[in-house]
Write a protein that binds this ligand. Structure first.
Ligand code: IMP
Length: 221
């Protein structure tokens, strides 16, 4: 029987995305539920530092059913907007709960997707994720990036967080992101992550890329 991956998250959207991906690799995923009041998010300038801190905290909250070969997964992500020098980045959670998606759109109101002089996408942004897996005392780190741009209106649906304002760049047939404005084999056709379902989002997702990167480092996936 394959080990269970216990994912420390209170976010159902993240849980769904990781479960779809890891069940395809043969892992069973369970949510590691810890009262939010018992956890803290360190104020650090790197997603990896936050992820490592969450692993250490999770070790103090293992469920009784935690088996000998079971693993703990944590993940930390953020939205990095180019025109804002990477802000909100590690402050994404705070920014989402304060100014929200409409606030981010307002911050970029004066910028268009195509600079008339350089043709650069002035609304470029990327999601970055760091996934950390604890297994028998060892921690493995995986990283993933999803480039795209910030839309000029909300496109909502099933997503969470900044999904309603983030439009990923198309991917080529090998699932590599293409430069802004190019049509590829995989496309959301201008829709935000918020307007597509989790299975479709997973083709582009920074989270899935971080998990792929992480699990490719394990001796046997
Ligand atoms: P966290 O600290 O990793 O939970 O995420 C920081 C902030 O980024 C939260 O406001 C999340 O909602 C947002 N975020 C993280 N990943 C995603 C995503 O895949 N889509 C949309 N927002 C996200």
């Amino acid at each position: 029987m394959s080990p269970t991956v216990w994912f420390l998250t209170g976010n159902e959207g993240k849980l769904a995305e990781a479960s779809i991906h890891l069940s395809n690799l043969g892992y069973s995923v369970k949510q590691l539920v810890v009262d939010e009041a018992e956890l803290y998010e360190p104020q650090a300038d790197s997603l990896e530092v936050v992820a490592r801190s969450k692993i250490n905290q999770a070790l103090n909250h293992l469920p009784e059913q935690f088996g000998n070969n079971d693993m703990i997964l944590v993940e930390d992500a953020g939205l990095f907007i180019k025109a804002l020098d990477g802000f909100p980045g590690v402050y994404s959670s705070f920014v989402h709960s304060t100014i929200g998606n409409l606030g981010v759109i307002r911050l970029l109101n004066h910028l268009s997707t195509e600079d008339p002089v350089s043709s650069a996408n002035l609304r470029a942004a990327e999601f970055r994720a760091v996934a950390a897996l604890w297994c028998n005392g060892e921690i493995t780190i995986g990283e993933g990036i999803c480039p795209g741009h910030i839309g000029d209106e909300l496109m909502e649906g099933n997503g969470f967080g900044f999904d309603p304002i983030f439009i990923p760049y198309d991917l080529d047939e090998h699932k590599n992101p293409l430069p802004a404005g190019n049509y590829g084999a995989y496309s959301t056709h201008g829709k935000t992550f918020g307007a597509i379902d989790s299975v479709a989002k997973n083709k582009f997702s920074h989270r899935v890329r971080a998990l792929e990167n992480l699990f490719s480092q394990l001796p046997s996936a």
